[in-house]
Design a binder for this molecule. Structure first.
Ligand SMILES: Cc1ncc(COP(=O)(O)O)c(C=O)c1O
Length: 450
C-alpha cells in the first residue's frame, strides 16, 4: 500500500531557510507498492526453503533437504566449458534459439527417443535452465489472464509463481498415496482420474506432467499417460511434460515420453535440463522440444525474457550430449544414483520406517508420523504458525540427528496439504560418503520412534 497522509511527519526546520516544507516519511522502506502477483504467486511468503536454510540449522547438519548435488560435473564436460571460455565466439551472444551445436546434439540424443527427425530450427529451444523454459517462457507464450493450469500435487514449487506471474490460475489435482502394502513404491501414489476430469473446465489451457516426479520419485506409467493424453486431446490442452529427471529411472521401469503417444506430439512440450543431466545445476542450461507451433511463440517469449542462454556452457552441454553414448555416461550415472538410493533407503529399512521406494528422480519420501519429540521442545517462531506438525518433525530431525529434509506438505495447496503431510523429502543427489554419514546419524532417530 502507498503511505497515507498520517504516515507523513513534519521534519524539523531551522525556521529561517525555507526548508519547513520538507516532509519526512515515517517508513520509506515500501514507498512504491510492489505488484500483487508476488503475493499471489507465494513469492514473498517465508517458505520452507528459508526456514530449513543451512543458516538456521546446526553448522554440521547434512543437507538432504535441498536437491542440489555436492559433486562436480564430469571432467570431460568441465573441460569443454573451459575450452568454450577460452574461445572468443563462445563468449558472446548465442542465437535466441540456442547455439546450433547444442540444438544438433539435442536432436542426436532426443530424436531417437522421441521417434522423430527433429528440426533444429523449429522444434528445439535452448533455455536458461528448465525453470526459465518450462516455467516461464511457455506460460508467457500461451496463457491469457484467467487460463487454468492443472498441476499434480505434490508439485515442484516453481510451477505456482510462474503460472501466477503470467496471469494463469493453478488448479491442483493431488496424487493419493497408499503406502499400506508390504514394500510401498512411488507407484503407490495414484491419480484419481475422475478427480482429474472434474478439475478440467472450459478455462483449462495446460496440464503439467512431471515424470520422473519431484518429490515423489514416481515414474508415470504408460497407462496413466495414455489417460492424461486422452483428456488433453478431448479438451484441447497443451501438455507440459517436465522430464528433467528422464535419465534417472531405476528398477527397469520404463520412462514413457507422453509426446510419443498417438497424437500427442502436436500438443506436448518436453522439457530437459543439462543442469540435472550433467550435475551442473548452476550452469542454467535447459531445453524444450516441441512442434513449431509451440516453439515459435515460446521463442518470442524467451527472446524478450533472457534473449539467449549463456553461450560457453551451452557449448559444454553440447559436448556432454555428443559424447554421452560413447562414454556410457547414462548407464554409469544410473548405477551411481542407484548406490546412493540404496545407501539412504537402507538407513530407513534399518529403522523400520515406512517410505515409498522411488522408481525415478533422486528423492525419497519418508513417513515421519512415527517420530515423537518432547512436549516442551523449543521450536522456532517460524514453525509455530504453520499448524502442521510435520514441519516440526523435520525441524526436530535436523536439530537432533543432524540431517535435514523438507516437509512434503509444502508442495500442496492449503486445501490438500493433509494428503501428503506425514512425509518428508530426502534428496540423495549427494556423494556416497555423505549419504553413509547421514544414514549413520539417522539411526539416532530410533529412540524418538513410537
Ligand atoms: C521437476 C523439476 N523441474 C524443473 C527443475 C528446474 O531445472 P533447472 O535447474 O534446469 O532449471 C527442477 C529442479 O529442481 C525440478 O525438480
Amino acid at each position: 500500500m502507498a503511505p497515507s497522509a498520517t504516515d507523513i511527519l513534519p521534519t524539523v526546520s531551522n525556521g529561517t531557510n525555507g526548508f519547513a516544507h520538507i516532509k519526512k516519511y515515517k517508513d520509506r522502506s515500501n514507498l512504491v507498492p510492489f505488484a500483487s502477483r508476488l503475493k499471489d504467486g507465494r513469492a514473498l511468503a517465508q517458505d520452507v526453503w528459508s526456514i530449513f536454510n543451512a543458516v538456521n540449522l546446526p553448522s554440521d547438519c547434512i543437507n538432504l533437504g535441498q536437491g542440489y548435488m555436492n559433486f562436480p560435473p564430469p571432467q570431460w564436460v568441465k573441460d569443454a566449458a573451459g575450452e568454450a571460455l577460452a574461445t572468443t565466439a563462445t563468449n558472446h551472444y548465442s542465437h535466441p534459439k540456442g547455439r546450433l551445436r547444442l540444438r544438433e546434439a539435442i536432436k542426436k540424443v532426443y530424436g531417437p527417443l522421441l521417434g522423430r527427425d527433429l528440426d533444429v530450427e523449429n522444434e528445439i529451444q535452448v533455455t536458461s535452465g528448465a525453470n526459465e523454459g518450462t516455467l516461464y517462457s511457455v506460460f508467457t507464450a500461451f496463457l491469457e489472464p484467467g487460463d487454468e493450469v492443472i498441476m499434480f500435487e505434490p508439485f515442484f514449487d516453481q510451477y505456482l509463481p510462474s503460472v501466477v506471474f503470467n496471469g494463469g490460475v493453478p488448479v491442483y489435482v493431488p496424487l493419493h498415496p497408499d503406502l499400506s502394502g508390504e514394500r510401498p513404491t512411488s507407484d503407490d501414489w495414484k491419480i484419481d482420474f475422475d478427480e482429474l476430469a472434474r478439475a478440467i473446465t472450459p478455462r483449462t489451457k495446460m496440464i503439467i506432467v512431471n515424470t520422473p516426479h519431484n518429490p515423489v520419485g514416481k515414474v508415470f506409467t504408460r497407462e496413466e499417460l495414455e489417460k492424461i493424453a486422452a483428456l488433453a486431446e478431448q479438451h484441447n490442452l497443451i501438455v507440459m511434460s517436465d522430464e528433467v529427471y528422464d535419465f534417472l529411472v531405476f528398477d527397469n521401469k520404463e520412462h514413457v515420453r507422453i509426446a510419443t503417444l498417438p497424437g500427442m506430439w502436436d500438443r506436448t512440450v518436453t522439457v530437459g535440463s543439462a543442469g540435472k543431466l550433467f550435475s551442473a545445476t548452476g550452469w542454467r542450461v535447459g531445453w524444450l522440444i516441441a512442434p513449431a507451433s509451440i516453439i515459435r511463440p515460446t521463442l518470442a517469449a524467451c527472446t524478450r525474457i533472457v534473449f539467449c542462454s549463456n553461450s560457453p556452457l551451452q557449448e559444454a552441454a553440447a559436448v556432454g550430449l555428443e559424447q554421452i553414448e560413447e562414454r556410457g555416461y547414462l548407464a554409469q550415472t544410473v548405477k551411481e544414483y542407484d548406490e546412493r538410493r540404496l545407501t539412504l533407503t537402507s538407513a530407513f529399512d534399518k529403522l523400520g520406517m515406512t517410505y515409498s521406494h522411488p522408481e525415478g528422480s533422486y528423492f525419497v519420501l519418508l513417513d515421519i508420523s512415527s517420530v515423537h519429540w518432547p512436549e516442551n521442545y523449543p521450536f522456532p517462531e517460524s514453525l509455530q504458525g504453520r499448524g502442521r506438525d510435520f514441519n516440526r518433525a523435520c525441524w526436530f530431525i535436523a536439530m537432533e540427528v543432524g540431517v535435514s529434509s523438507i516437509p512434503v506438505s509444502e508442495f500442496y495447496c492449503e486445501e490438500h496439504c493433509s494428503i501428503g503431510e506425514s512425509y518428508a523429502r530426502f534428496a540423495f543427489c549427494k556423494d556416497v560418503d555423505t549419504l553413509k554419514q547421514a544414514a549413520e546419524r539417522l539411526q539416532n532417530l530410533k529412540r524418538f520412534l513410537r
